[in-house]
Design a protein around this ligand. Structure first.
Ligand code: SF4
Ligand code: SF4
Length: 205
């Protein structure tokens, strides 16, 4: 593993690259979303996204609702297939002609939205339950090492787009990033909070 051992906090199967989390703030909002869309740097355009059969089935369960936000997913009374099965039993998400993910759409303010996210909110469900893991935890990313260890860090590409480097690094973790870590770690979140408390990091959730 690269870096000093002290730069990582081990929680369950994950090694969390803590210095990254202390150095950046997550700042995706409507203005940033519109800006990155205009610059063609939006995360829903520049990355290849794949997911599991389990998530595909969940998405298909609400496809009718998703298509209310993404009418391009329908051709008359029929749905287009937005997935492609890969050899390793994973499914990649199709893209539209403009290279944006098939599940993306633009709202009336020209901000990019995710149809899966919007549909889940409409039925008061957790978008994380339906969205591919990559999307649900973005801009946090998981890098699998050869030894099987999974390093949790921040995506390299978006650091200049949706993450702002703090002018002065402190010992606080941005609340937006803490929320994502909680989604990822589930009940193990308490272990991370305990370590953070011991190290006098703040912004516990
Ligand atoms: S599934 Fe949603 S969040 Fe993920 S790339 Fe597609 S539109 Fe973006
Ligand atoms: S997460 Fe980043 S790249 Fe994605 S929409 Fe927000 S600002 Fe843009």
């Amino acid at each position: 593993m690269e870096g000093n051992k002290a730069d990582y906090i081990d929680v369950g199967k994950y090694s969390i690259k803590i210095d990254d989390f202390l150095a950046y703030r997550f700042c995706c909002g409507d203005q940033e979303t519109i800006k990155c869309t205009k610059d063609n740097k939006c995360c829903c355009r520049v990355f290849f996204v794949d997911t599991t059969a389990k998530k595909v089935n969940r998405i298909l369960d609400i496809l009718d609702l998703i298509s209310e936000f993404c009418p391009h997913l329908k051709d008359g009374d029929e749905y287009l297939n937005p997935f492609e099965e890969n050899e390793d039993k994973r499914y990649s998400l199709d893209t539209k002609e403009n290279d944006y993910c098939a599940f993306s759409y633009f709202d009336k303010n020209a901000a990019l939205r995710c149809g899966i996210h919007s549909a889940a909110l409409k039925i008061n469900a957790d978008p994380f339950f339906y969205k591919p893991l990559t999307c649900g935890i973005w801009p946090v990313a998981i890098f699998k090492e050869e030894n099987g260890r999974e390093v949790v860090s921040l995506g390299v590409g978006p650091k200049g787009v949706c993450l702002k480097k703090k002018s002065k690094i402190d010992n606080r973790i941005d609340l937006g990033l803490m929320r994502i870590l909680k989604l990822l770690l589930g009940k193990d979140m308490q272990k991370l909070i305990d370590v953070l408390s011991d190290k006098h990091y703040t912004n516990k959730e």
